[in-house]
Structures are given as C-alpha cells and as structure tokens.
Design a protein around this ligand. Structure first.
Ligand code: VG1
Ligand code: CO
Length: 548
C-alpha cells in the first residue's frame, strides 16, 4: 500500500457553520471537495500526541459509506493510529460524544447534516468533535477554514475498502480500524442515568401507551435497543425505525410541521397515545408530545431542570446551573431564579456549552430548536430527553399536559414562536441584518404601543466566561420592558441562500391566561418584528415559510 499525494486547490466555501460544514450532496461529491476539507482538518490536529485515536461514524444518510471509505484512507495516510468506527458507518451524534469521552480519544469525525433532508438531492455534512466529545470551538473551526483556503495537496492511501458490516478489527497501512457496536456504550450510559425499572414498570403496566418516531433516521437502532429491548416497548410503538439513506423521502426534523405522521397520531381525538416523541437525522434533537398536546422545546429545558430532583441521578449530582442559547425562551431563567442557580445565555450552537459543562458551571443546557442535554456528554441528546420525560411521567404518575400546565402555573408561561423566512438570497439576508444593526441605536427607548417599550436593543456578543473568547454578531435582540423579546438571526445550517429566523417571546404570569392561542397572543409582537426589520420590503415575502 502506498500513500498518494494529490494536488488540489482551495474551495472558498468551506467555512463550518453552526454545526459543521453542510453542503448539498453534489458539492460534497465533486472532485476533491470532501478530501480538501478532511485534509484541512488533519492539518489542524496534533496527530503526534499520545491520543491518536479518532471516532468515525454518521447518521447513515446518502454518501455516508463512500465518505467513510475516503476518510479511512486519508486518516491512514495522515498518520492516525486508530479509528473506532460505528458498525455500518452508523453513530448518532450523542453516541459519538459518549464514545469519544469513554475511550478518551483525540476526537471524532461525524458525518451528518442533522435535520437537513438527505438523498442524492439532499444535504451532507462533516463535523469535528474534540476530546471532550463536543463540537469543535470556533477557534478550531476558524483554523480549519484557514487551512482550507491555502490547501495545495492532500494525502490518501490507495488501500482497499473496509467491510463495515461486522464488529472486528482491520488494518489499513499502519492504522488499525476497530468496528464497534454503535449502540451499546450509549445505551449503557442511559441506563446509568435513568431509573429503567421505574420506566419499564410504567411501559409494562398496560395503562400507558406511547409512540417513538425515529423518522427513518439514526435513532432507529438506539430506540430499538433502549426502548424496545431494555424497557420492553413493543416494536409497533417504535415507528420508522430502520435508517434509510434518504430518510424514507422525508425531512428528518422533529417538529409539528415535519413529523406529520406522529402529529396525526398524537392529535387524534379518540385514541391518541399518552406520549409521543421523535428525534432528528443524527439523534440529537427531541420533540415531546402528549395526548393532543405539544411541548415547546424551550419549556422542555425548563421543566427538566425544575424536576431534576425526581430522577435519582440528578438528585444526587444536583443542578449547578442552566444554559440556554440566546434565542431560546427565558422559561429556564424563571427556574434558575427560583432554584437560585446561575443561568447562562450563549450564542446558538452546542459548541458554546462545552466550556460551561467542562468546568461544571452548568448541569443542563438547551436550545429552542428542539435541543436539550446535560453534562453526561457534550452534545444535545434526543433519546436522553425522551427518557427523562418518561422517567418524570413514571415518577410523578402524571400526564405530559399536566406536568407542563403545573409548571406554567408555578413559573409563568413564556409564549414563544419562531418564524423562518427560508431560502431568501444571501444578499437579502445580509441586508436585513445590516439594516437592523444600523437602526439599533435609535430603537432603545422607543414605545411601539401602549405596553411595548423597547428597553434594550443590541447585537448579541458572547464572552466565554471560561476562556474569555469573544463571539460577535450572534443575533439582534430587541428586549421590551415587560420581558417580551424579538430576536433576529441568520441560520448557519442551511445550504440554499439564507434563512432569516425571527424568534418572538412574551411572558405571562397570570395562570388564567395560560391557554391562549400562541400565534394570536404573539400577534402584535410578530407585526412589530416585521415592521422593524422591513421584512416584506427587503424580501418580497408577506409571510414566513415555516412557523415553529
Ligand atoms: C440550527 C438551530 C440551532 C442548532 C443547529 C444544529 O442552527 O437553530 O439551535 O444548534 O441547527 O442543530 P441554525 O444556524 O440553522 O439556526 V442540528 O440538530 O441540525 O445539528
Ligand atoms: Co441534529
């Protein structure tokens, strides 16, 4: 076997976004594109250090097997000593984080575009996680991008393809490849956190029904082992459990608009199950539904933190603090206030939670985009959240809806919605943000109507409390005197043009007013959000393409 040195030249668009490099499959398949990015990554890693093992796997989407064979050959040619590869190339994002941490590897390469659609016309993605199991911080992604802009060659072994279908050990040049069970370590970890006998008792009681929709994505095998084998849930209650390269032609995004089959089941008036849940392409998001009831993801974070004492593991370790991404509703802030623990507000993207978790500043963290997680790993974790909810329901002998309503009664309700304007042009996106930035100094103090006076308007800057790194331009915040907020930012995961996200929030303490229609009660704020940013004038759109 020999190492080939291939001449290449830079692609200008290889800057990783909110969560890795995401492009359509055609781009990733074009000559040198994947190899350039992987070589740029290897150029930034210290492959001479003691830790020379990398974890590799993906969400099973189209191009996953081919990309893995290429990356294995490049890893061998770049002096990586060992790869832990998920069987069949499969590893959910949270499981990859578990495995990096458990085996103390240098890091891991995760092949996923998460909730983006897959298939030949869909998206592909590459993400690097560091030795703490979490997404690479901006300091590293900036370095990888810089490398990609001056790359002139890459190294690749000319060895044979590896059979990934069996758990055994292979050798490629001087590198060993250990094919591992993608599920076991993660399932064991979940069993060490939650009270499985309590959940199993509820599932087996005959009086509790549930559906988990794996959306043809990576959580299928994980749900089958954990919910099915270990907790006794019948196979029929785990739907779309077989991962498929194009996610069964669907959009592997657990939301009310995209998880249609599950939503139909749960909002069926006569016999909806007690509990419904879904995860996304790579298994790090969660959507929780009750019988005819939707749990807002920002509320999910607040409720899990507030009820952590019901789970023996969290009762024992306690809740040190909570972090949420800036656009996430302030429901968790109410909980932190009552618990007298710190709350941190970070930019969007899980990488910003890493330092807080590593330094034991927080126990729980979450994002409005159906992401929740804790200090057991350094990624958000879909099945973890599902198990947390199941454990809560079993421990409290209460329904999803009651748990949420009691929470609102105690802490108040943060009415919340996100309005996306997808696939506008990059220029339109930039122009809206620039225009807003320009107007910021004029906005503070402005009274929009009788009860809406802007108390603060700024462009969110985050200073990491641990390493003092500064992240600027993380979203425009318009904060009102009554705690309502409007937030604007551009998506960093989309692959077509730009997506403007407008997040709208209103706090209501009065429990008599906790049953209002969300869009209706946010109507005025939504109207102001469009006027302030002049959305229609700038985009030609009169309404959002996606409302969450
Ligand atoms: C979106 C979400 C963000 C999340 C990111 C990755 O990013 O808003 O909260 O961390 O996706 O999630 P953006 O930049 O498009 O708003 V995943 O499950 O797609 O890795
Ligand atoms: Co995801």
């Amino acid at each position: 076997m020999t190492t080939k040195i291939i001449s290449t030249s830079p692609f200008s668009d290889q800057a990783p976004g909110t969560s890795g490099l995401r492009k359509d499959v055609k781009t990733f398949k074009s000559e040198h594109y994947l190899c350039n990015f992987i070589q740029s990554l290897f150029n930034c890693l210290d492959l001479s250090s003691g830790k020379q093992t990398l974890v590799l796997g993906g969400d099973g989407r189209y191009f996953n097997p081919e990309a893995i064979q290429i990356i294995l050959k490049m890893a061998a040619a770049n002096g990586v000593k060992k790869i832990l590869l998920g069987k069949n190339g499969i590893l959910s994002t949270p499981a990859a984080s578990t495995i990096i941490r458990k085996y103390q590897t240098l890091g891991g390469i995760l092949l996923t575009a998460s909730h983006n659609p897959g298939g030949p016309n869909g998206d592909f993605g590459v993400k690097y996680n560091i030795s703490n199991g979490g997404p690479a911080p901006e300091s590293l992604t900036d370095k990888i991008f810089a490398e990609s802009q001056q790359i002139s060659q890459y190294f690749i072994d000319d060895g044979h393809d590896i059979d990934m279908t069996q758990c055994n050990v292979h050798t490629l040049a001087n590198m060993s490849i250990e094919i591992i069970d993608p599920v076991k370590d993660y399932a064991d970890q979940m069993e060490s956190i939650f009270n499985f006998s309590c959940i199993k008792g509820m599932i087996g009681s005959g009086s509790f029904t549930m559906v988990f929709d794996a959306m043809h994505a990576v959580t299928g095998p994980y749900a089958t082992e954990i919910l099915g084998q270990r907790l006794g849930l019948d196979a029929a209650s785990i739907t779309n459990a077989k991962p498929s390269p194009n996610f069964g032609g669907g959009h592997p995004d657990p939301s009310l608009t995209t998880a249609k089959a599950l939503v139909n089941t749960m909002f069926n008036e006569s016999h909806a199950p007690n509990f419904g849940a879904a995860s996304d392409g790579d298994g790090d998001r969660h959507m929780i539904l009750g019988d005819y009831f939707f749990v807002n993801p920002s509320d999910s974070l607040a409720i899990l933190a507030a009820n952590a004492h019901c789970i023996p593991h969290y009762k024992k370790i306690g809740v040190k603090g909570i972090a949420r991404s800036m656009p996430t509703s302030q429901a968790a802030d109410q909980v932190a206030k009552k618990m007298q623990i710190p709350i941190y507000e970070t930019p969007t993207g899980w990488k910003f939670f890493g330092n807080l978790l590593d330094n034991d500043k927080i126990t729980f963290c979450g994002e409005e985009s159906f992401g929740g997680g804790a200090n057991h790993i350094r990624e958000k974790d879909g099945l973890w959240a599902v198990l947390f909810w199941l454990n809560l329901i079993a421990a409290k002998h209460d329904s999803v809806e009651n748990i949420v309503r009691k929470h609102w009664a105690e802490y108040g309700r943060n009415y919340y919605s996100r309005h996306d304007y997808e696939a506008i042009t990059l220029e339109q996106g930039e122009e809206i943000m620039a225009h807003l930035r320009h107007r910021l100094p004029l906005l503070t103090g402005t009274q929009l109507d009788n009860n809406l006076t802007i108390s603060q308007a700024d462009d969110f800057t985050y200073i990491d409390p641990i390493d003092s790194s500064v992240s600027q331009h993380q979203g425009i915040r318009i904060i009102f005197e009554n705690q309502s907020r409007i937030v604007y930012r551009l998506s960093g995961t989309g692959t077509q043009g730009a997506t403007l996200r407008i997040y709208i929030e209103r706090y209501e303490q009065d429990s008599k007013l906790h049953d209002l229609d969300i869009q209706e009660t946010l109507k005025d704020l939504i109207m102001h959000s469009l006027q302030i940013a002049e959305v229609q004038k700038m985009t030609g759109r009169s309404k959002a393409s996606n409302i969450v």
